[in-house]
Structure formats: structure tokens, C-alpha cells
Design a protein around this ligand. Structure first.
Ligand code: HEC
Length: 110
């Protein structure tokens, strides 16, 4: 019984995390000229490991600035600097976790 409740909680928390990612991140990013996968690869090569990627991304989301962006200058000129902070720190953290889980394997295969 306790175990099935635990599994249920795990299921709902990951489903919720995925939702934030799908509703916010994918719905807006699908129209940009760089895919979320390409952006992820740029983070991975700029920051290296999991903790650095996650911390670097969260920092950018809350304090976005041209000189700490991993994106090419032309892209930033086209899109402007995006402040992701309105999504809320908790939601951003969950989305970053989902984002990491989705692409970390592909990053390693590169
Ligand atoms: C309303 C549109 C919109 C939403 C929602 C959005 N983004 Fe973005 N995002 C952008 C734009 C535009 C850029 C490019 C400008 C920039 O880098 O500041 C960007 C840039 C980024 C970058 C690169 C940052 C850098 O170093 O320049 C990452 C990583 C990212 N988004 C991830 C996410 C994730 C994860 C979510 C979901 C929590 C998300 N975005 C939600 C529009 C959006």
C-alpha cells in the first residue's frame, strides 16, 4: 500500500514536471531558429557537468544578460534577451530537470 502510494506520487510529480516543460518551454521554443536540443548542447559544452549546466541555466533565466548567454550574437539580436523569470523559480527548476533528463543521453553520445 505504502509502496503504491509512493509510486503514484512519483508518477504525478514527474507528470507535472513534464507539463510545465511542455506548456512553457516547448510551446514557445518550437518557433525559434535554434531547437531546444541545440541550445542544450551549447550549455553542455559551455558548462560541462549536470550541476553546472543546471545552475548556469537557472541563473540565466533569472538574471539574463547578453554577455553570459551561450547563444550566438546574431540569434540574440534577432530574438532579444528573454527573461524567463516570470515562469517562477520552482517551475523553472522542474523544467530544467526535465530538460536535462530529456537530452543528457544525446549529449553523451555526441
Ligand atoms: C515566451 C517564450 C519562451 C518561453 C516560455 C521559454 N523560452 Fe527559453 N528562450 C526564449 C527566447 C526568445 C530565447 C533566446 C533569447 C535568450 O537566449 O535570451 C530563449 C533562450 C533559452 C535558453 C538559452 C539561454 C541563453 O544562454 O541564452 C535556454 C536554455 C532556454 N531558453 C530554455 C527554456 C526552458 C527550459 C523553458 C521552460 C522553462 C523556456 N526556455 C521557456 C523564449 C522562451
Amino acid at each position: 500500500m505504502v509502496r503504491s502510494i509512493f509510486i503514484l506520487i512519483l508518477f504525478f510529480s514527474s507528470a507535472f514536471g513534464n507539463n510545465v516543460y511542455t506548456q512553457n518551454c516547448i510551446s514557445c521554443h518550437k518557433d525559434l531558429s535554434y531547437s531546444l536540443q541545440e541550445i542544450f548542447m551549447r550549455y553542455l559544452s559551455a558548462y560541462g557537468g549536470e550541476n553546472n549546466v543546471k545552475a548556469g541555466m537557472l541563473h540565466y533565466f533569472i538574471y539574463p544578460a547578453k554577455d553570459i548567454s551561450v547563444m550566438p550574437k546574431e540569434f540574440l539580436e534577432e530574438e532579444g534577451i528573454m527573461n524567463h523569470g516570470y515562469i517562477g523559480e520552482k517551475n523553472l527548476q522542474k523544467s530544467i530537470d526535465t530538460y536535462w533528463e530529456l537530452y543528457k543521453v544525446k549529449g553523451r553520445l555526441k
